[in-house]
Structure formats: structure tokens, C-alpha cells
Design a protein around this ligand. Structure first.
Ligand SMILES: O=C(CO)[C@@H](O)[C@H](O)[C@H](O)[C@H](O)COP(=O)(O)O
Ligand SMILES: [Zn+2]
Length: 187
């Protein structure tokens, strides 16, 4: 176990360093797009599966609640939380459409979709991005590995330089917190 702990910390630190070096400008750009949308009375939608669903919810809650600063509540919704919508859409149309149908229903031009997928290949995430593009949303992909299909479908793709799902997720939540830190500076 000692070896596992040491290796995991070291891998995490290496991923952290590479992510800072490679993604800092893209993180800033994405944060500014989100801030711009919110300032123009648009909202942020978030999607993800498994651990990334938890990340989507975590980030949405920082916006509607607060991150660090006491500021106005901001419009963000994780499309991963409504079990009635998820089970109805999944049951009637197939799991691939659980997020896309909600994006068609709730998304408006100028809103932002944050699509979180470590592989960049989850069909439910790819269809959500397709729906978002059709409706004129700004699409930001948080991914990893080789970026998968998500890489070329989003307006902005932040590809964490790691092949390990857990470390990619660890960077995604850090990136989410950086979005929140930027938003705190403009409100
Ligand atoms: O948290 C983990 C693994 O660390 C899992 O729950 C993981 O999120 C799930 O297997 C997801 O279905 C993976 O999907 P994706 O990140 O490739 O889109
Ligand atoms: Zn996980």
C-alpha cells in the first residue's frame, strides 16, 4: 500500500504540473466565456457520467450557492440530478439521449454547456454537445486521454494530459474551481 500511495501522489503531481503548463491559457479562455455568458444573463448547463456527474453537480452548486466570495447566486444546472427526467428519457429514448433531450428543452443560444468526459467518447456526452451546438450554446469540453470525439466537437476542449481516469477527474474539479475563482473576480 505504501508504494501505491507514493506512486499515486507522484502521478497526481506530474499530471498537475503538466496541466498547469499546457492548459492555463485555455482555462482562462473558458472561464472568460462562462463569465461573459453569465454577465449577459445566460446560464451554464453541465453534464457528465459517474464521477463526472458528481463534478458537474459540484461545480453547479458553486455557482448557485457560492465559491469563496459572498456574491449573487449564478445560473447553473447539472443535468445529472433529476431522476425522473433521467429515467423517463433513458427508458423511452435510450440512455444516449438523457442529457441531449434536456439540452434541447432547457438550453438557449448564448448559454454555456460544460461537457465532462474523461474519455471524450461517452455517447450521452457527445449527443449533448450536438444538441448544444444545434441550439447555439457555447460548448466547453473537459476531457483527457486523447480527447476522444469530444475534442473536435466543442468550441473549447481542455484535454488533461493523462491517461488515468482518476487523475483526469482530479484535474477537472481543479479546473472547475478555477472557473469559480475567476467568476468571483467579476462579481
Ligand atoms: O469515477 C469513475 C472512475 O474514477 C467512474 O464513475 C467513471 O466516471 C465512469 O466509469 C464514467 O462512465 C466514465 O465516463 P467518461 O468519463 O469516459 O465519459
Ligand atoms: Zn472517480
Amino acid at each position: 500500500m505504501d508504494k501505491i500511495i507514493e506512486k499515486t501522489f507522484n502521478d497526481h503531481l506530474e499530471t498537475l504540473k503538466q496541466t498547469q503548463e499546457q492548459l492555463s491559457p485555455a482555462i482562462k479562455e473558458a472561464a472568460m466565456q462562462i463569465g461573459n455568458a453569465l454577465k449577459n444573463n445566460h446560464k451554464v448547463l453541465l453534464v457528465g457520467n459517474g464521477g463526472s456527474a458528481a463534478d458537474a453537480q459540484h461545480i453547479a452548486a458553486e455557482f448557485t450557492g457560492r465559491f469563496v466570495k459572498e456574491r449573487a447566486p449564478l445560473a447553473a444546472i447539472a443535468l445529472t440530478t433529476d431522476t425522473s427526467a433521467l429515467t423517463a428519457i433513458g427508458n423511452d429514448y435510450g440512455y444516449e439521449q438523457v442529457f441531449s433531450r434536456q439540452v434541447y428543452a432547457l438550453g438557449n443560444a448564448g448559454d454555456v454547456l460544460i461537457a465532462i468526459s474523461t474519455s471524450g467518447n461517452s455517447p450521452s456526452i457527445l449527443t449533448a454537445v450536438t444538441a448544444a451546438k444545434e441550439k447555439g450554446l457555447v460548448t466547453i469540453g473537459l476531457t483527457g486521454k486523447d480527447g476522444g470525439d469530444l475534442k473536435n466537437r466543442c468550441d473549447l476542449s481542455l484535454i488533461v494530459p493523462s491517461a488515468v481516469t482518476a487523475h483526469i477527474q482530479e484535474m477537472h474539479i481543479l479546473i472547475g474551481h478555477l472557473f469559480c475563482a475567476y467568476i468571483d473576480t467579476i462579481y
